[in-house]
Design a protein around this ligand. Structure first.
Ligand SMILES: Cc1cc2nc3c(=O)[nH]c(=O)nc-3n(C[C@H](O)[C@H](O)[C@H](O)COP(=O)(O)OP(=O)(O)OC[C@H]3O[C@@H](n4cnc5c(N)ncnc54)[C@H](O)[C@@H]3O)c2cc1C
Length: 382
């Protein structure tokens, strides 16, 4: 049961000043008209804003200085990330690289990959996408069919990935492929590769989402060549790395703050005189938010201590994405608002876009059914 022990973390003494610094940057950027707070902050792609964060040392914060990092703790990173999300900052360009690809390269990459790629990520100049899902392999990731064939000096990748967010804008993708034929152990024989998304042999086609936007893609690898030093970790050990990566991916504040702007605007709108129903619903949402924050920051503390709290992370993602998905539904019930999609229609547009995006929250990064299976296993029930 230690797995579900969400003990509170003690934030470092540097945190209040750091928090203030992030708030000041966001306020200055909004005042200068650089962005308006985004409802979909970590999917909003703005390379210029990423570079500004890079200049402050707020990307790759916990990485060693020799790779462009700032050698700060995961908890300091946590505070920067939650402030950026709360401020609705457009952090989508560097998000995946900072959250999971960079840490994977730091742990498992070759010296060339670390030296060439990590400093560029930390400067906010190099972006990543994730090549896990395939047309016949989403929840059942062990079914991947993308093949990696050994050739002189490296590997040739052949296969199709799908739902690859930002593949059309990213410099690199970390791609999971089968490097040995299937055996009795379904998880054996898989390897991760750092792939140059602009190279010959990679074709990227858009897939439009329910909102009408182009965030994700189909990516076809047709004999794309990866040099040996762009293999991530040990050949055949890809499965273990993928599951480790998902602990970073699933436990952060991005898993419960996607509709935070809508909640905040609802509270502003209701003002000082909520009716009983509004007070009850808003009170419940705010209490849940505080609890989720405690759980999620506790996991950041465990990652900081070198643990791999994958099951606890699955719990945060399940509860957290259920929470962020629930917000637009509750807002519709407590405020007489007609959702709209017209740009610039303020609160109605905030609600309309949240409603169209929220079905994806519980799917991206692993569906609820899959997460609950993991949680049941963690509880010893499977
Ligand atoms: C907005 C968004 C962005 C995404 N970005 C990326 C990305 O950048 N890179 C990437 O690789 N992928 C990405 N994905 C894909 C995502 O990871 C998959 O959609 C997800 O893992 C589910 O896989 P699937 O779509 O193939 O559904 P399936 O696996 O086919 O599942 C269909 C349904 O069956 C249920 N189900 C499946 N297996 C079981 C089981 N064993 N027990 C009980 N129920 C089960 C699922 O819970 C689900 O409800 C993204 C998805 C979304 C929505």
């Amino acid at each position: 049961m230690r797995e579900f022990d969400f003990e509170p973390v003690r934030m470092p003494d540097s945190v209040p000043a750091l928090r203030q610094e992030v708030r000041e940057l966001i306020a200055a950027e909004i005042a200068a008209g650089a962005f308006t707070p985004q409802r979909n902050s970590w999917s909003s792609f703005d390379p210029g804003f990423s570079r500004k964060l890079g200049e402050r040392g707020w990307i790759g914060m916990s990485w060693p200085k020799r790779y462009g990092g700032s050698e700060r703790s995961m908890l300091e990173r946590y505070v920067v990330v939650e402030e950026l999300l709360a401020g609705g900052a457009p952090v989508g360009a560097h998000w995946v690289a900072d959250r999971q690809s960079g840490p994977q390269i730091l742990r498992h990459g070759s010296e060339r990959a670390r030296g060439e790629i990590l400093p560029r990520i930390a400067r906010g100049e190099c972006f990543f996408c994730i090549g896990m899902s395939e047309p016949d392999s989403g929840s059942d990731l062990a079914a991947v069919r993308t093949r990696a064939d050994k050739v002189d000096g490296g590997w040739k990748i052949t296969g199709t990935k799908v739902w690859t967010s930002n593949a059309h804008r990213a410099h690199y993708g970390i791609v999971l492929a089968r490097s040995a034929p299937k055996s009795e152990d379904r998880h054996a024989g898989m390897t991760q590769f750092i792939c140059d998304m602009k190279a010959p042999g990679v074709t990227i086609r858009p897939i439009y989402n329910l909102y009408g936007g182009h965030d994700f893609n189909e990516v076809v690898f047709d004999g794309y060549f990866v040099p040996e030093d762009m293999v991530l970790g040990e050949v055949g050990a890809g499965w273990k790395m993928v599951t480790g990566e998902l602990a970073f991916e699933r436990s952060g504040p991005d898993r419960f703050m996607s509709t935070y702007q809508l909640l905040r605007e609802t509270i502003r709108r209701v003002g000082d005189a909520p009716d009983d129903r509004q007070a009850e619903e808003i009170g419940r949402l705010v209490a849940h938010l505080a609890t989720l924050r405690r759980m999620s920051s506790s996991i950041a503390g465990r990652i900081d201590r070198g643990e791999n709290p994958a099951t606890a992370a699955a719990l945060v993602k399940d509860v957290g994405t259920g929470f962020e998905r629930e917000i637009p539904e509750i807002v519709r019930r407590i405020l007489p608002t007609e959702p709209s999609l017209g740009p610039g229609s303020g609160f109605d547009e905030l609600l309309g876009s949240a409603m169209l995006r929220s079905p994806s929250f519980t799917i991206r990064g692993g569906t609820r059914e899959i997460l609950r299976g993991m949680i049941a296993r963690g509880l010893g029930m499977r």
